[in-house]
Design a protein around this ligand. Structure first.
Ligand code: UD1
Ligand code: CA
Length: 493
């Protein structure tokens, strides 16, 4: 059956109400463009032919469609003369490619309905086939039908026509059953009828919906199947509608994961893109956003207030108040709070990136830790190594970036600066305050700060009359002031 299916996605319209330089169908929602969702839904039906009709900003829409669905034929509709004209352009593009659908079904969908699901389309197509219909309409019964084409049925309940808002009588406008826009056609009927559609109507457009009346005039079967879930065919025309559909899409995605065993403490503040992969016994705390192709393994706890894009989180890891992108966090690792993981960060199993640590292009071995207040750029840190608080991996000399390599089970002191390129050998170490410019051999301790000297009586001599001097005098009986060692610093500053 599938090899008999042709899908046409209409996306030539302007979308002026978005008030955007970005084409309407390219606006993102749930981690994909609107048309990306539609292409995913129709793609799951594995159609033999897929055509996207592009027009407005086709230089942007066309390549995006090709990226999402390389098999799609692009049909260009220069002037948007109506949905019937758009389908005609699509059929002409197929004919030009020698791929006219002679038999089977042609499904028409719009590029701006991001909640559309393949299962809905499949059951609609099944009903279309079962009814041996020339035209089938996916309809919906709505509270406010204003603006939609109304489904006009005869006394026996058979569909007679679709009447557009502007052409409808007052009586027809009261009809609550509307055309969702998704229609299925017998391919041979559609290819013959498409040139019979005229633009003799209130809008002067070629209406695809006219095909329903033409089929009836030919004595063919026209059916309408009302969907239970109208939001699946709802389009987003402005940004308010986009946000409303985005929240609803997210609600559905979050609910699906909860049914699949994921604990979501606060669904209202948890955002999960459609491309995210979770497993049972993942816990998501309030304010968590999992974006792109992020994946989270069993027993990991994410959040609160964490954003991860295209990250891979291992089993049992904890990621608290963190912003991460293109990072890998190993099993049982600990990240946060207030950590910033930039692309190329890899935290080993049971490793740690602690508070106020920024990492980029940094690979930490198993159990390696950067617990406090550090910048780790372009580094490799061996297994079991601990980096002292307040360490800077100075990776940039103003012209080029360089790497720092720290071996296994090293211990580096607090407030170090590693001037890359530099290496600390396995089991090596550094003293507090070290500026590491030269390689440190395995097992050696690097010390760069000079010995400490105490300049006695400094406060009373150099800050006389201050609270500091008074406190010093109180503590020393004035005796500390007798030392007159010159107060030049021991090491250059
Ligand atoms: C259309 C239907 C209406 C239905 C409604 C559902 C017709 C005549 N009317 O009306 O019955 O209730 O959708 O939303 O079909 N498009 C093109 N090229 C064109 C015209 C439109 O590609 O020349 C695309 C648009 O980009 C859009 C879709 O087709 O994605 C629908 O077009 P639109 O103008 O919004 O149709 P409606 O008047 O809303
Ligand atoms: Ca519309």
């Amino acid at each position: 059956m599938t090899d008999q299916l042709t899908v046409i996605v209409l996306a030539a319209g302007g979308g002026t109400r978005m008030k955007s330089k970005t084409p309407k169908v390219l606006h993102p929602i749930g981690g994909r463009s609107m048309i990306g969702h539609v292409l995913a839904a129709v793609g799951a039906l594995a159609p033999a032919r897929l055509v996207a009709v592009v027009g407005h900003q086709r230089e942007l829409v066309g390549p995006h469609v090709t990226e999402r669905a390389p098999e799609a034929v692009l049909a260009v509709q220069d002037d948007q003369l109506g949905t019937g004209h758009a389908v005609r352009v699509a059929l002409e593009a197929l004919a030009d490619a020698g791929r006219t659908p002679e038999t089977g079904t042609v499904l028409v969908a719009y590029g701006d309905t991001p909640l559309l699901e393949a299962a809905t389309l499949q059951s609609f197509l099944d009903a279309h086939t079962a009814a041996s219909a020339a035209v089938s309409i996916l309809s919906g019964v709505v509270g406010d039908p204003h603006g939609y084409g109304r489904i006009v049925r005869d006394a026996d309940g058979f569909v007679e026509a679709i009447v557009e808002e502007k052409d409808a009588t007052a009586e027809q406008r009261a009809i609550a059953e509307i055309n969702s826009g998704i229609m299925a056609f017998d391919a041979s009927f559609l290819t013959a009828c498409i040139t019979r559609i005229d633009n003799d109507n209130a809008k002067g457009e070629y209406y695809l919906t006219t095909a329903a009346r033409l089929a009836r005039e030919d004595g063919l079967v026209v059916t309408a199947h009302a969907t239970e879930d109208e939001l699946q065919t709802e389009g987003a025309n402005d940004r308010a509608q986009l946000a409303a559909l985005g929240r609803e899409l997210n609600r559905r995605v979050v609910e699906r994961w909860m049914r699949d065993g994921v604990t979501v403490v606060d669904p209202a503040t948890t955002w999960i893109d459609v491309g995210v992969e979770l497993v049972p016994d993942v816990t998501l705390l309030p304010g968590t956003q999992l974006l792109g192709v992020t994946s989270v393994a069993e027993d990991a706890v994410i959040g609160p207030d964490t954003t991860l894009r295209d990250c891979e989180i291992g089993a049992g890891a904890q990621v608290i108040r963190t912003h991460g992108q293109l990072a890998v966090i190993g099993a049982g690792a600990n990240v946060g709070p207030f950590s910033y993981l930039r692309p190329g960060t890899v935290v080993g199993d049971r490793g740690k990136i602690g508070a106020f640590v920024e990492a980029k292009n940094a690979v930490l071995g198993e159990g390696a830790k950067v617990p406090h207040l550090s910048y780790v750029g372009d580094a490799e840190i061996g297994e079991g190594t601990n980096i002292g608080a307040g360490t800077i991996f100075a990776n940039y000399d103003g012209v080029d970036k360089h790497r720092t390599t720290i071996g296994r089970h090293a211990r580096t002191g607090s407030n170090n600066t590693f001037i890359a390129p530099v290496t600390v050998g396995d089991g090596g170490g550094t003293a507090g305050g070290t500026v590491v410019r030269d390689d440190v051999p395995p097992g050696a301790l690097a010390v760069s700060a000079g010995p400490q000297r105490n300049i006695l009586g400094w406060a009373e001599r150099r800050r006389p009359g201050t609270a500091q001097a008074q406190a010093a005098a109180d503590a020393t009986d004035g005796s500390a002031g007798d030392d007159v060692t010159p107060d030049t610093p021991a090491t250059p500053e």
